[in-house]
Design a protein around this ligand. Structure first.
Ligand code: LLP
Length: 421
């Protein structure tokens, strides 16, 4: 469910016609529906209301501070993977005791920043990292809350680039080695062992891999209890998929019921790290048609958003539905929608049956709220798009369009080469 719909021929977001919005803010433009964001968060969070839990939104999927703030106001926490994401979460006024820090490569300065901020726990991915966190905590005279990120070796049956819980992936500590690592961790004085964590992959459309992973964690939970370690948090990561095309992923309530049902005998607080399922279908990317052309066997629609704005099609061959911001009666053609970047892989959609688009028409790239703006870059020195949050019949610019000056911020020509030869 989302709040992008047609009123007559025109695409609207909530009570705002997108054409009007674009007239004021320009393209390319990310547009998010506040109502959808809030509903998605509530549906997910409420699905776990029967059990103690914290919904830590995965900032990597969308890290705009206005968006983080919406979930924080709903009682959510944040799952971070870098000092930069912690900075954003703190700016959005998160309760640091609702922040979990994942990621295989945490730097010392980032660990110190997280310790100084008093976050709930680090999801630790190696023994070396445990030692480094312990040393930092000792130096700062603190105890670091930790969970080990366990790699349960289950196949999430998703795109290989976004599967993380298999033995061959770089993530986590092998489930067989984890007990031993926990026992070593328990000897490090400045660590407070709080939980177990795992994350097996993203865009999962079945429940069974989650439950397989949970079963393995439950066994470990039992062993740790027997060894006298008190596990208070079970962090199951994110990963619940959404409908981009024809996928039919489980509803968050089915997902929650399955998890709660499978862990009735555990007494702990659950941590969930959803990203895509909350924001994916709450945002779109609007782009303008610059040119159209055809060669012997293909039609191209050249738009002003490229792989630097939305990388997913180029990187993963991901499907995003594209549709007109204003429907017309023109006949349909099969076309590729491509961006202005100098790469053949720069496309948003391939071989799609679409109404014939003309110069200056607007096109909406759907389901772009997750891993859209956060994966945008300045490649080809293109300023990054603006982001807008629609709330009822009003909208707010939550990130202004980048300007050329910002492209070279921090760059400097050394004196030696400044002078004319
Ligand atoms: N927690 C951890 C530790 C993660 O690594 C991720 C995603 C999440 C939570 C959130 O997963 P979600 O609920 O959004 O599936 N760029 C890719 C997705 C990469 C996901 C990486 N980790 C894409 O555009 O599909």
């Amino acid at each position: 469910m989302h709040d992008f719909h047609y009123e007559g021929k025109d695409l609207w977001c909530e009570e705002v016609p997108i054409r009007d919005l674009v007239a004021q803010v320009g393209t390319p433009l990310y547009i998010y529906s506040h109502r959808t964001l809030k509903n998605h968060f509530r549906v997910f969070n409420d699905a776990f209301s029967r059990v103690p839990h914290i919904t830590c939104f995965a900032a990597k999927s969308n890290s705009n501070i206005a968006i983080l703030r919406i979930f924080i106001r709903e009682g959510g926490g944040v799952d971070i993977v870098s000092g930069g994401e912690l900075y954003r979460a703190m700016k959005a006024r998160v309760d640091p005791q609702k922040v979990v820090y994942s990621g295989v490569g945490k730097r010392i300065d980032e660990i110190e920043y997280a310790l100084a901020s008093n976050i709930l726990m680090f999801n630790v991915e190696s023994f070396q990292e445990l030692e480094v966190i312990n040393t930092c905590a000792a130096r700062m005279n603190r105890k670091a809350g930790i969970a080990l990120r366990v790699n349960p070796d289950v196949d999430p049956q998703t795109h290989p680039y976004i599967s993380t819980g298999l033995k061959e992936n770089k993530f986590g500590i092998n489930v067989e080695k984890s007990l031993e690592t926990y026992l070593l961790a328990s000897k490090l004085k400045n660590l407070d062992i709080k939980g177990i964590s795992c994350h097996i992959g993203s865009q999962l459309t079945k429940i069974s891999p989650f439950i397989d992973a949970l079963d393995r964690l439950k066994k470990l939970f039992g062993h740790l209890k027997a060894a006298g370690l008190k596990i208070r948090y079970l962090d199951l990561g994110g990963g619940l998929g959404i409908t981009y095309d024809e996928e039919s992923p489980p509803h968050p309530s089915e997902y929650a019921d399955a998890i709660i049902g499978a862990s009735r005998d555990l007494s702990c607080t659950f941590i969930l790290e959803p990203g895509r399922v909350i924001v994916g279908n709450a945002g779109i990317l609007v782009t303008k048609v610059l040119y159209t052309k055809a060669n012997e066997d293909k039609n191209f629609i050249i738009v002003d958003a490229g792989m630097n704005d939305l990388l997913r099609p180029s990187l993963y061959k991901s499907y995003h539905h594209v549709q007109p911001v204003q429907k017309t009666k023109r006949k349909e053609i099969i076309a590729d929608v491509v961006g202005p970047i100098c790469e053949s892989g720069d496309y948003l959609a391939r071989e799609r049956r679409l109404q014939r688009f003309e110069r200056d028409d607007l096109m909406a790239v759907m389901s772009a709220g997750a891993y859209g703006f956060t994966m945008a870059s300045n490649y080809n020195s293109r300023p990054r798009a603006a982001e807008v949050l629609v709330m009822g019949d009003k909208f707010h610019i939550i990130r202004k369009r980048e300007e050329y000056g910002e492209l070279i911020r921090g760059e400097k020509i050394p004196d030696m080469i400044k002078r004319k030869q």
